[in-house]
Design a protein around this ligand. Sequence first.
Ligand SMILES: Cc1cc2nc3c(=O)[nH]c(=O)nc-3n(C[C@H](O)[C@H](O)[C@H](O)COP(=O)(O)OP(=O)(O)OC[C@H]3O[C@@H](n4cnc5c(N)ncnc54)[C@H](O)[C@@H]3O)c2cc1C
Length: 393
Amino acid sequence: MEHFDVVIIGAGASGLFCAAQAGYRGRKVLVLDHANKAGKKILMSGGGRCNFTNLDAAPKHFLSDNPYFCISALKRYTSYDFVELVDRHGLEYVEKAPGQYFCEHSAKDLLNILLTECEWSGSEIRLDTKINTIDQLENGFKLATSGGQIQCESLVVATGGLSIPTLGASGFGYQIAEQFDLKVLPRRASLVPITIQPTMKEKLSTLSGISLDIEATANGVTFKEPMLFTHRGISGPAILQISNFWQPGDELQLNLLPDMDPDAHFKALRQDKPKRALETELNSLLPKRFVEVMKQDVPWMTKPMAELSNEQLAQVIEYLTHFDVQPNGTEGYRTAEVTLGGVDTNEVSSKTFECNNVKGLYLIGEVLDVTGWLGGYNFQFAWSSGFAAGQFV
Ligand SMILES: Cc1cc2nc3c(=O)[nH]c(=O)nc-3n(C[C@H](O)[C@H](O)[C@H](O)COP(=O)(O)OP(=O)(O)OC[C@H]3O[C@@H](n4cnc5c(N)ncnc54)[C@H](O)[C@@H]3O)c2cc1C
């Protein structure tokens, strides 16, 4: 039987970061993962360039049954702390949108920093290892793994969420939670493309690949970002963001003219350019292929502006500012970036991430019911929670 002070299940973002922190404290740390490579999601993230943090990683950018839970960890290890760490390693990065940091070259550079930190701290990583059973001992845990029996004092569950099973995602963290009688809240795929009803899908089939700036609203929350039409439905930042808030059965409101007062715009245009066809104007505001689709519903849009009544203009404005869709679901865990929901945060201390009722058992990262918006927030929670637990394991 091998002995370690700390065993961490999951060599992903939170697990690797926690391992380094604990290792630097002089703890003997082992990270186990069933995948053949550490940090697979990191490598895939941010289009291969990993949006590794957001300088505005405040609690308002996270969803959880307990919105206060993440405050402590985010305060104790901030995005500025993480940026300071990657600076020390000489990582080259870019700020793509305000506060949103991506690797300049490749997510591999970020993963290498985590692996270097693990190495420097003396933490060991074992891949291709299946954990068969976990038993609680009087003072720790015993794991039966495909590589033999391992005993440890602290056990950290850093197994992430369910999204993208081909990258190693599994429900193992939730199984462990259930084994130790921890409450697991309902989960669903999020930061995910939305699929739409067949008739609408058919109508929009020619638009696949088109991106436009929109405002997406669901349940009183609005995001103004680009949307992308796909052959399955709609995607792009605005849709991924709103998928955190949209609930099955809800309508999704899309405003395709987010940056203007359309009523004033079209009325002024009718006055100033009466001979201009509405279609010509729309072609200057929206992708041409979209205007073609719209023509099926608004055939009179080929007419000059002067011939259009106030009522007709109002109809056009309604069409474009309420291009609402009735989604029939999402693309699910196959393409989702995160799992919304998870292990109830009331089960763990917001300071140490240790379970309130199971001494020595810690849960960090996405396995918990803490989900960030799109924009580097999810990785920041992985670093902050990994750091917090790393001080106590
Ligand atoms: C395509 C994609 C792009 C993303 N882009 C971004 C981004 O740019 N910015 C951002 O902030 N977030 C992004 N995310 C979300 C982010 O990757 C996760 O929130 C983050 O990785 C969670 O960290 P974690 O440590 O909790 O889990 P993970 O990083 O997922 O690590 C979990 C680890 O546990 C291992 N594991 C699972 N089951 C078992 C088991 N049974 N036995 C042993 N090991 C197991 C897995 O193999 C994995 O290595 C993206 C996600 C995806 C899928």
